[in-house]
Design a binder for this molecule. Structure first.
Ligand code: 6R9
Length: 701
């Protein structure tokens, strides 16, 4: 027995006491030194941390950001935004009523934060690299130039009567004037409503009407993947059913002239005579910055409302810390500006940070599947941010398209829009990133404004699990809910993903329909923001997103409500009714599967192509069904509700999982549908050897 009483006694004798004091002192000193070093390290990582009591490392910083969110965000907002007048309150919030406001009393101008303050110090720094469709024809725009462009556009808008509180619809491909138009709106205090340029005239018109825009900005034509599209013609068609529209500004992307009406304004020409100085409007933190329409589970797209200060701050902070963006880096987000990813990470986040950002006009396979990586080499991109659907597509073309190009500039690879499967993740990591770049699978939504869950920031060598978004960002506290609406407390469990407290980037409302905002996001789990997604929390406490829980499907990372597609299909004259569900698709992630019941005497011939062209005309190409199965009737409950669960199981070929069919009005319908599905598969397998399904990567996300 070593530790006899005698020994213990000796250790407490005076010599022993001195000895143990010296040891403890040494330990204390080295603890103190280590703590000081850690404090220096965390302050080097995020300077605000120096003022946060008790924060010693990055994990501590996250804890602080959640537990003391107001202190955290106030410090970040003071340091990282330029204010015209300082905010007085940090957060007012009533989650049950969907009322959230950040930085009350503060005034600022978003365009000043994105441009003027950087142009002052580094006017010749490149703000935008416009990566045009033809490789090698990129155009660089400095902060000075972008500020001038924005001011001229702002003055032009003002001269044409656009004022604070108006909403300008922008229907343009990614290009410097599109960014300048967004920022010009912000400069004069108008909101913008960017509509993805792949949307049809009807979809555009619906969004213009809902936003009550009197001004539209567009281009004569867009150029993408070598294909020219006459966007102005689409706008002409759209505005015919938009009585609110007074004027259309037209930018010339190509040399092809377009017919101009009296309501049309040649934008570049008129900008020439405008001043390069434009007084910025002093905007309140909670004034509207933009609307962005996205699909929900009903037929009508919703215009999510984002406001000034909180959104800008959140995109700036996530851009910096999730991607480890440093001054001088070239940030390459290939999303189209028509989606939230383009707003937050091609425009606002990078520009707020004074960064250099790429605007990608082309497609991943134009002129060949090496396009992304050739661009990475040519522009020396440091952070590349793309979508799993494109990665899956490129993976199939083989490694040689990647290896051909020098990718040594890359430091971080990002993924967004949908779950990234392990195979795609591994390929992205090991082939594209040569195994040396962290892959950040970033989970977020139009509603959240910016990234909410991602593997970084974390300690520099913290593990990253393939296909997992993993760690909540600063200020984000997720919760999983069980079927009874209770919070799941254990790890190694799944549930409905909610966010338990407000963050500055969150949407504030649905335009013209605050009640829908409350009902959609705050009613299901009172007091929580419900994301509509399901998630799993691993034994280690990491989050993995499992997919939508509602009737929204995700085609190549684009959200589309099944009800929206059904609306269009049901409008075809031969169609009696339809049910649309998502089905798995090897490249797009999810495809669209439509079950269609025809009216009596209607003929099937040509109907599929009629349905496809209707969907493409009324919504967009990406929403077209991949499969159309004509059926005699749909499985319905006795109360007349379509049992989509049954349809999903049939398409997944999980016949054992059909479950209880006793509530069905006519159980025989299911057998017919199963047989019809088999026949359709057999038919498609036969023809698929000769052709492939419609292009999937074609929407720039
Ligand atoms: C940013 C964006 C949002 C929906 C979201 C979810 C899906 C996005 C994801 C992801 C798994 C990811 N989603 N990122 N699913 N892993 N990393 O895409 O916004 O167009 O509004 O779509 O996309 O289902 O709810 P948005």
């Amino acid at each position: 027995m070593w530790l006899s009483r005698g020994c213990v006694k000796a250790a407490t004798s005076s010599v022993g006491r001195r000895l143990s004091r010296a040891v403890a002192g040494g330990r204390r000193k080295s603890h103190a030194a280590a703590a000081a070093a850690a404090a220096v390290a965390v302050a080097a990582f995020m300077p605000e941390a120096a003022g946060f009591q008790g924060v010693r490392d990055r994990a501590g910083l996250h804890e602080f950001s959640v537990a003391s969110k107001e202190n955290f965000w106030a410090a970040v907002a003071r340091r990282r935004l330029d204010w015209i007048s300082p905010f007085r309150g940090v957060l007012d919030c009533d989650m049950e009523r969907g009322k959230v406001s950040w930085f009350r009393g503060g005034q600022l101008n978003v365009s000043v934060n994105c441009l003027d303050r950087h142009a002052r110090g580094s006017p010749e720094k490149v703000a935008l690299i416009w990566e045009r469709d033809e490789p090698g024809s990129e155009v660089k725009v400095t902060y000075r130039q972008l500020l001038e462009m924005t001011c001229r556009a702002g003055n032009l808008l003002r001269r044409h009567g656009v004022k604070r509180g108006d909403c300008v619809t922008i229907y343009m491909p990614p290009c410097p004037l599109a960014v300048a138009s967004m920022l010009a709106c912000a400069r004069v205090g108008a909101a913008h409503n960017v509509v993805f340029a792949g949307f049809s005239a009807e979809a555009l018109a619906e969004r213009i009407r809902d936003a009550r825009s009197s001004t539209v900005i567009t281009v004569n034509e867009s150029v993408r993947g070598g294909k020219v599209t006459r966007l102005k013609a689409t706008v002409d068609q759209a505005v015919r059913s938009c009585p609110t529209v007074r004027q259309v500004f037209v930018v010339m992307r190509t040399d092809t002239p377009v017919a101009m009406t009296t309501a049309d304004v040649a934008m570049e020409e008129e900008m020439m005579s405008e001043d390069v100085v434009c007084e910025p409007a002093a905007m309140d933190s909670e004034d509207v910055l933009f609307l962005l329409y996205t699909s929900g589970s009903t037929g009508k797209p919703k215009g999510l409302v984002h406001t000034q200060a909180g959104y800008l701050l959140y995109t700036a902070l996530t851009h910096k810390y999730v991607f480890d963006y440093h001054d001088g880096d070239v940030f390459g987000c290939v999303a189209d500006i028509g989606w939230i990813t383009g707003h937050s990470y091609a425009v606002y986040g990078p520009l707020a940070n004074g960064g250099t950002t790429v605007l990608f006009e082309s497609t991943p396979v134009y002129p060949d599947p090496g396009r992304y990586w050739e661009m990475v080499e040519r522009l020396k991109i440091n952070q590349f941010y793309g979508a799993p659907t494109a990665i899956r597509l490129l993976l199939k073309y083989g490694d040689q398209w990647v290896r051909k190009y020098d990718r040594s500039s890359l430091r971080t690879l990002g993924s967004v829009g949908e779950p990234i499967n392990t195979e795609a993740w591994e390929w992205y990591h090991s082939v594209v990133g040569d195994g040396r770049c962290p892959v950040v699978d970033t989970w977020w939504q139009t509603e959240t404004g910016g990234i909410c869950i991602a593997p970084r920031p974390s300690e520099p060598h913290a593990e990253i699990v393939p296909g997992m978004a993993m760690r909540p960002f600063f200020g984000i506290k997720p919760a999983l809910m069980d079927g009874q609406g209770q919070v799941v407390t254990s790890d190694g469990a799944s549930g409905a993903l909610c966010l338990t407290q407000p963050w500055p980037g969150m949407a504030r409302s649905i335009h013209n329909d605050h009640q829908r905002f409350v009902d959609t996001y705050f009613k299901t789990y009172p007091g929580y923001f419900f994301t509509g997604d399901g998630a799993h929390r691993s034994e280690d406490g990491y989050y993995q997103i499992t997919g939508r829980l509602d009737d929204v499907i995700n085609v190549s990372g684009h959200r589309i409500g099944t009800a929206e597609i059904e609306d269009v299909v049901n409008h075809c004259s031969a169609v009696a009714e339809s049910a649309v569900i998502g089905c798995s698709h090897h490249i797009k992630g999810q495809g669209v599967y439509a079950f269609v019941v025809l009216k009596q005497d209607a003929q099937e011939a040509d109907l599929a192509s009629q349905i496809n062209s209707s969907v493409s005309n009324k919504i967009a190409k990406y929403a077209c069904p991949d499969h159309i199965q004509f059926v005699q009737r749909l499985p319905k409950t006795r109360s007349g509700k379509i049992m989509r669960r049954v349809l999903r199981k049939v398409v997944e070929r999980d016949l054992d999982g059909l479950g209880d069919l006793s509530t069905l009005d006519d159980p025989a319908a299911v057998q017919e549908i199963i047989q019809g599905h088999r026949d359709l598969c057999a038919k498609q397998e036969k023809s698929s050897s000769s052709s492939s399904s419609s292009s999937s990567h074609d929407d720039g996300k």
